[in-house]
Ligand binder design. Structure first.
Ligand code: HEM
Length: 141
C-alpha cells in the first residue's frame, strides 16, 4: 500500500481526499521537457504538454517553468479568469502533503486582511505590494 513516504508516480495518501492523486515534487521535476511538461500552480499539478503550442503567452515561458512551481510567474502575469478556468483540463493531481510544508526561512512580516476575492489572488496583490518578500495571510474571521 502506498504511504506518504513512498515515492513513485502518483499515489493515494491515507486520510486524504480519496479521489486525489498526490505527486512528490521530485516526480514533477522530472517532467521538465517539451516531451512531457508538468508544473505546479497553487499546490496543484498540471500536465500541460498538449497546451504548450496553444499558450497565448508562448511555449518558451512555460518551458522555463517546466517541472517547477510556476505559481509566482503565473500570478505575476495576472492571468484572466478564463486562463484559470483552462487550468482544470490539465489538472492531474495535488502536490504531496509532505512537500507542502512551509519553508523554515519564511519571514513573518505581518497579517493582511484582504477583501478582494475576485480576479486576482492574494498572492498577486501581495507580490505587487511587497515585491518578493513573503507575508503570512489570514482570512478575516
Ligand atoms: C497551464 C498554465 C497556464 C495557462 C492555462 C495559461 C493561459 C494563458 C492565457 C489564456 C493567456 C491569455 C491572456 C489571459 O487570458 O490571461 C495567457 C497569456 C500569457 N501567459 Fe499564460 N498560462 C499558463 C501559464 C503561464 C506561465 C507559467 C507563465 C509565465 C511563466 C505564463 C505567461 C503568460 C504571458 C507572458 C502571457 C501573455 C500576456 C499578455 O500578452 O498580456 N503563462 N496565458
Amino acid at each position: 500500500m502506498a504511504t506518504p513516504e513512498a515515492s513513485g508516480s502518483g499515489e493515494k495518501v491515507e486520510g486524504s481526499e480519496p479521489s486525489v492523486t498526490y505527486y512528490r515534487l521530485e516526480e514533477v521535476a522530472k517532467r521538465n521537457s517539451a516531451e512531457e511538461t508538468w508544473m505546479v500552480i497553487h499546490g496543484r499539478v498540471y500536465d500541460i504538454t498538449r497546451f504548450l503550442s496553444e499558450h497565448p503567452g508562448g511555449e518558451e515561458v512555460l518551458l522555463e517553468q517546466a517541472g517547477a512551481d510556476a505559481t509566482e510567474s503565473f500570478e505575476d502575469v495576472g492571468h484572466s479568469p478564463d486562463a484559470r478556468e483552462m487550468l482544470k483540463q490539465y489538472y492531474i493531481g495535488d502536490v504531496h502533503p509532505s512537500d507542502l510544508k512551509p519553508k523554515g526561512d519564511d519571514k513573518f512580516l505581518g497579517v493582511l486582511d484582504c477583501p478582494h476575492r475576485g480576479r486576482y489572488s492574494y498572492r498577486f496583490l501581495v507580490s505587487s505590494l511587497l515585491g518578493r518578500q513573503q507575508i503570512l495571510l489570514r482570512r478575516p474571521r
